[in-house]
Design a protein around this ligand. Structure first.
Ligand code: NAI
Length: 340
């Protein structure tokens, strides 16, 4: 008391400054489909993120209510709701990150591919507007089937002359979130410490969790145990679709996963080092043009697509098995974008 105020070490000072709301750069995030099952909790989570200074909530209906509600929360982001296509441009203008959970979700018995016809059209029109109003934004694609909607977005951007492969991401974070949760339960390790890369794509067998690289490592899992965990991760979405019995697919866990991924994108833009997340991106680590793997994020989006590391024999087999389906889904997306 009465003495000079203690001075924090320079490194911790810099760290604190780069995370504090006051000094974080202005960042605008737009959520397209913001009144939906995913969109609403995602809007809430983005409003809680101190890196966001402006939050634009767009949907074809229902956004005034969601925006009014979320805007009363006493955090940094200034919230505005935009409804109907004539307001889409305003919603997008100046966005640094655009998150797209617009579209229809699965019902029991449907695969993600069954959503193709409706969601492909929605994604195409939203991406056409992104190319026009915020061509430099990082795009986080949640709308399914991600294995096809990401290639559709790439084609739309190419046609508009705005495509930058570093700025287009298929959000596969929910697969990682599930793999971590299921692994922690079986390996009996604290879930907060767990890391599991998930590679490939985002549907059925194209989702390939790499439990051989999971940390903390464990001896508690047999080969059959790993197969069961892999299957549960691949079928995680279907587990929720069936439990919701016709009332949609994963929304709360997806909003959480979407918020984690968008936060990583914002940290990358703000040049916080060593931000690594799995994502479905343009890739040359296999012969397929798009592939999910660990990606290092930076001020321009993707800074580096990281390789697959050493795979177990079971994972090598899974990798070969997923390629035909993933290739077909990518080609289906490209074909749709070229013909429509
Ligand atoms: P939902 O039906 O509850 O909400 C979708 C929202 O999109 C609705 O509010 C609707 O009005 C809006 N919408 C429809 N057309 C639009 C357009 N042209 N522009 C803007 N908004 C539009 O569906 P939910 O559960 O939120 O799922 C959304 C999408 O996310 C689905 O395609 C679903 O399959 C996908 N999903 C992806 C996951 C992933 O891991 N990537 C996980 C779970 C779902």
């Amino acid at each position: 008391r009465g003495g000079a105020p203690s001075c924090p070490a320079p490194s911790s000072h810099i760290l604190r400054r780069s995370f504090s709301a006051e000094s974080a750069p202005e960042r605008k995030v737009a959520v397209l489909g913001a009144a939906g099952g995913i969109g609403q909790p995602l809007a809430l989570l983005m409003k809680l993120n101190p890196l966001v200074s402006r939050l634009a909530l767009y949907d074809i209906a229902g956004t005034p209510g969601v925006a009014a509600d979320v805007s009363h929360i006493n955090t940094r982001a200034e919230v505005k709701g935009y409804m109907a296509e004539e307001q889409l441009g305003q919603a997008l203008e100046g966005s640094d990150v655009v998150i797209i959970p617009a579209g229809v979700p699965r019902k029991p018995g449907m695969t993600r591919d069954d959503l193709f016809n409706i969601n492909a059209g929605i994604v195409k029109s939203l991406c056409t507007a992104i190319a026009k109003y915020c061509p430099n934004a990082l795009v986080n694609m949640i709308s399914n089937p991600v294995n096809s909607t990401v290639p559709i977005a790439a084609e739309v951007f190419k046609k508009a002359g705005t495509y930058d492969e570093k700025k287009l991401f298929g959000v596969t974070t929910l697969d990682v979130v599930r793999a971590k949760t299921f692994y922690a339960g079986k390996a009996n390790v604290p879930v907060a410490e767990v890391d599991v890369p998930v590679v490939g794509g985002h549907a059925g067998i194209t989702i390939l969790p790499l439990f051989s690289q999971a940390t903390p490592a464990t001896n508690a899992l047999s080969e059959d145990g790993i197969k069961a965990l892999t299957k549960r991760t691949q079928d995680g979405g279907t587990e929720v679709v069936e439990a919701k019995a016709g009332k949609g697919s994963a929304t709360l866990s997806m909003a959480y996963a979407g918020a984690i991924f968008a936060d990583a994108c914002l940290k990358g833009l703000n040049e916080i080092p060593d931000i690594v997340e799995c994502s479905f991106v343009q890739s040359s680590i296999t012969e397929l043009p798009f592939f999910a793997s660990k990606v290092r994020l930076g001020k321009n989006g993707v800074e580096e697509v990281l390789g697959l590391g050493t795979l177990s024999d079971y994972e090598k087999e899974g990798l070969e098995n997923l390629k035909p389906e993933l290739k077909a889904s990518i080609e289906k997306g490209i074909k749709f974008a070229k013909e429509n």
